[in-house]
Design a protein around this ligand. Structure first.
Ligand SMILES: Nc1nc2c(c(=O)[nH]1)N[C@H]1C(S)=C(S)[C@@H](COP(=O)(O)OP(=O)(O)OC[C@H]3O[C@@H](n4cnc5c(=O)[nH]c(N)nc54)[C@H](O)[C@@H]3O)O[C@H]1N2
Ligand SMILES: Nc1nc2c(c(=O)[nH]1)N[C@H]1C(S)=C(S)[C@@H](COP(=O)(O)OP(=O)(O)OC[C@H]3O[C@@H](n4cnc5c(=O)[nH]c(N)nc54)[C@H](O)[C@@H]3O)O[C@H]1N2
Ligand code: SF4
Ligand SMILES: [Mo]
Length: 772
């Protein structure tokens, strides 16, 4: 961190916006304003890659419409005023415990949004809030996103955080379904410069096939693009599994149970049967199976398009079934389990779902959460256990959850609501109190969640670039104080709640690890950093990893972040510490990772390519990969029965746009407009057939929107696409309101869920269109 000119300085930070974790180099002026942002060329993982969102992070960081003080709403007049932190927490301390006292703990619900996966506060402090609320009414964006993948992984591997990612940099063949990383930059597959990595795959002679009802930018880069009828990926994958068995193409290289059951389950799904449902010709299904089997290495990867569909969990399960059957699971160039550097949740028992069910629709919990698709039911349906108060942290479910108009009504019906958020928006407008985090540049950054899904093992820590001013609270402090307030507790005189909480966590973790005597050795400027140091030391590459420096035959520990064995196999490599920012540290010994190593290497530390981790990561009862979990076979029966039901004539799917990010980047002037608009993509054949001119009325079982039509042959006939996260007509955010768009989730239907995971269904929603 050196001075660029006399008054400005260059600083390094990871971009917190999407899952690509790009390293950024920022120039800040003497007044701490961001002057410019470039990709960090010395970052060994992102190597200088940056997208338009990262490059305009300065606008977001100092958005004139962001909240800079706690806000309190007067319900009688529906007006807002800024308040002090003490007053805001005082209101919460008084009102929230009243709701639990009157109706019980279940009457308070918690919703956690997507940015929690990108912040230190979300990873380290939100669990504290969950414990303080002691409610089963926990909801998150996970059930509008990747829960099917987690349930499928949990049932197959025993741990829902043991997720296989494509070994993108080494594979010879990539089959990608329902993902568009040229716009999204990838998901459950942390890979900065995803586009560059795909080009490299082609350059080394590999083959890349995309399956998507839209001919996306990713599809255009691919060697082959196949249109598929929305919601039918499970059929296509079953057709591939069927063919692998029928043609004796299976090469199972790992210990599995349930092979015969999978073969039997796949029997009805012949290439001919699935062709009719998917629109992918039978000979293509057969060819895909043969190509996957014949490739030296291959990986199947599937994301949002397949997860947020009615058979999402079955589809995600079949992705890894194909990876197993072709000999590619846990094998270099196939689908592998990353090894993040920070100690994760250490699970000891095999994953289960449905340990309890939701009150109204009796939907199963998964990972301790209920489906967000039933949140409105839980608020609106009278009876004991009804939700009467909500806490939301970094979420905008009024735009992001299905049947969102209903959720909007539900939030308006609450007796009390608190939101931790940067903005007064479609969701937080229902709150009584909004607690804003400080500027992005004022937060520390470590990717606790995303680095467990990285295509190359890597770690990077960034300290806050701009200090907190007097009276400003970090988001960690906000959540620590909120956790106290929801339990009705006042902070104790002279005791900082954050330090108090951290000391408890540190003492507990040290005690469990048998390291209680080493408290004084923890590094860091504050207790948050000391916790990070502790998690790195106890993690698989850490100084204090179980038995480190371990030998490759050492006992394995279960959990999300891997084994001491992996750590010992190869020590960390340093990022190229070039340029004038940061300095090169000394090469740490194998197993020597701690906070100091990351501070010495601010561009990040390369922890080596993905390594094989079976059977060590397995937590199944059989200690094998369970290929045929009974819960999923049950859903296969439903999938088979569905063949008898006629497919709807016209269905809706979503899409992501490079310069957008869910609901909260539409207030950044350089990002809105141009291609980043909320329009309905319709095939020209359908435009003609339905006589659409300019604007269409789109109706579904859940609602109606009126939206501008954009005719494009890049979408299948019979399919229309609307991006989500728009609909800012009433927003107080000036730029967003001027580019309002419509809310796609007025059309999606919360009565439909993926049965095993409870995940919302955003793709394949039946709609009708008419000219406006
Ligand atoms: N139709 C349709 N709907 C979808 C999807 C789809 O593909 N189609 N995708 C789904 C997916 S994958 C997801 S992840 C969800 C996202 O669902 P949500 O997480 O509910 O929605 P976001 O738009 O990400 O809202 C993030 C909120 O966090 C706030 N925020 C930003 N940074 C911070 C921070 O540092 N701290 C705090 N406290 N708040 C912050 C923002 O102001 C915003 O209010 O949407 C889902 N909804
Ligand atoms: N620019 C940008 N980047 C983002 C986000 C953003 O909003 N904007 N959001 C972030 C988040 S929260 C997430 S979870 C990730 C998601 O990352 P991705 O999964 O890559 O998300 P999408 O770009 O929505 O790609 C999903 C694709 O699935 C296709 N599809 C729809 N239905 C079906 C179907 O039934 N079958 C198949 N095979 N395909 C289908 C759609 O046409 C679309 O091209 O992106 C993250 N990155
Ligand atoms: S790709 Fe994602 S992480 Fe990288 S700069 Fe863009 S928004 Fe940030
Ligand atoms: Mo997401």
């Amino acid at each position: 961190m050196t001075h660029a000119t006399d008054s400005s300085r260059n600083l390094l930070r990871t971009c917190p916006l999407c899952e690509a974790v790009c390293g950024l180099e920022l120039t800040l002026d003497a007044d701490d304003h961001i002057r410019s942002i470039r990709g960090d060329h010395a970052d060994p993982f992102s190597r200088g890659f940056i997208c338009p969102k990262g490059a305009t992070l300065g606008h977001l960081d100092e958005d004139p419409d962001r909240l800079t003080a706690p806000m309190i709403r007067d319900r009688a007049t529906d007006t807002w005023r800024a308040a002090s932190w003490d007053e805001a927490f005082g209101v919460i301390r008084e009102r929230l415990p009243q709701v639990s006292a009157e109706y019980g703990n279940q009457a308070v619900g918690l919703y956690l949004g997507n940015p929690n996966a990108h912040t230190v506060a979300g990873a380290l402090y939100v669990p504290l809030l969950i414990r303080a609320l002691a409610t089963r009414n926990l909801f998150s964006a996970s059930t509008a996103d990747q829960m099917p993948k987690q349930v499928a992984s949990g049932l197959m591997f025993g741990d829902p955080l043991t997720v296989a990612v494509p070994d993108l940099d080494r594979t010879d063949y990539l089959l990608m379904l329902g993902a568009n990383p040229l716009e999204s930059n990838g998901s459950l597959c942390t890979a900065p410069d995803f586009p560059g990595r795909l080009k490299a795959l082609k350059q080394r002679g590999g083959r890349f096939v995309v399956v998507d009802p839209r001919r996306t930018r990713t599809a255009k880069l691919a060697d082959e693009h196949l249109f598929i009828r929305p919601g039918s990926d499970a059929y296509l994958l079953f057709g591939i599994v069927h063919t692998l068995f029928a043609e004796n193409l299976t090469t199972v290289r790992i210990a599995v149970s349930g092979l015969d059951e999978v073969r039997a389950a796949a029997a009805p799904f012949t290439p001919e049967v699935v062709a009719e449902r998917t629109g992918v010709p039978a000979e293509t299904v057969i060819r895909l199976a043969r190509e996957l089997a014949a490739a030296p290495t291959a990986a199947v990867y599937a994301r949002i398009g397949t997860c947020t569909a009615e058979f999402g969990t079955v589809a995600q399960w079949l992705v890894d079934v194909v990876n197993v059957l072709t000999g590619n699971l846990d094998s270099p160039g196939g689908a592998m389990f990353p090894t993040g550097a920070a100690l994760g949740i250490v699970r000891t028992r095999p994953f289960r779902t449905a340990r309890w069910t939701s009150r109204v629709r009796e939907l199963p919990e998964a990972m301790g959460e209920f489906p967000v698709a039933t949140l409105a039911d839980e608020i609106l349906t009278p009876g004991a256990g009804r939700i009467r108060a909500m806490v939301t942290v970094a979420g905008n479910p009024v735009l992001s959850a299905p049947s969102s108009a209903r959720l909007d009504t539900a939030f308006a019906d609450l007796e009390f609501m608190v939101s931790v958020d940067r903005y007064l928006n479609e969701t937080t407008r229902h709150a009584d109190v909004i607690l804003p985090p400080p500027r992005i540049t004022q937060a520390p950054h470590y990717d606790f969640a995303l680095l467990n899904f990285a295509v190359h093992n890597y770690a990077r820590y960034s300290r806050p670039l701009v200090p907190l001013a007097d009276g400003e609270l970090s988001e960690a402090e906000v959540i620590a104080r909120l956790a106290l307030a929801v339990s009705g507790q006042e902070p104790q005189e002279g005791l900082d709640p954050l330090t108090m909480v951290d000391e408890i966590v540190i003492a507990g973790t040290l005690h469990k690890a048998g390291m209680a005597h080493r408290r004084a050795e923890l590094l860091g400027d504050n207790t948050t950093e000391q916790r990070i140091d502790l998690m790195l030391r106890l993690g698989p590459y850490g100084e204090w990893a179980a038995g480190a420096p371990a030998t490759p035959t050492a006992t394995q520990t279960h959990g999300t972040t891997g084994t001491a064995t992996d750590a010992a196999a190869e020590g960390p490599h340093l990022g190229r510490a070039t340029g004038d920012t940061g300095s090169a540290g000394s090469v740490p010994p194998p197993g020597g990772l701690n906070l100091q190593v990351l501070l010495d290497n601010p561009h990040g530390v390369d922890l080596g390519p993905l390594r094989s981790r079976l059977p060590g990561v397995l937590l199944t009862a059989s200690r094998q990969v369970e290929l045929a979990p009974p819960q999923l076979l049950d859903d296969v029966a439903r999938l088979r029965d569905r063949l008898a039901v006629e497919a709807p004539e016209m269905v809706l799917v979503g899409r992501r746009q490079l310069r957008s990010n869910n609901s909260w980047l539409h207030n950044v002037p350089p990002l809105v407009g141009g291609s980043n608009r909320c329009t309905l993509h319709v095939n020209p054949e359908d435009v003609l057939r339905l006589g659409l001119n300019g604007v269409a009325v789109v109706k579904s079982a859940a609602g109606t929107v009126t939206v501008e039509v954009e005719a494009t042959a890049d979408i299948m006939p019979g399919v229309v696409s609307l991006p989500h996260g728009w609909g800012h007509g009433d927003s107080t955010q000036q730029v967003a309101r001027a580019h309002a768009g419509v809310n796609a989730n007025v059309l999606t239907d919360d009565s439909l869920v993926d049965a095993p995971s409870g995940n919302a269904v955003f793709n394949g929603v039946p709609v009708t269109l008419s000219p406006a």
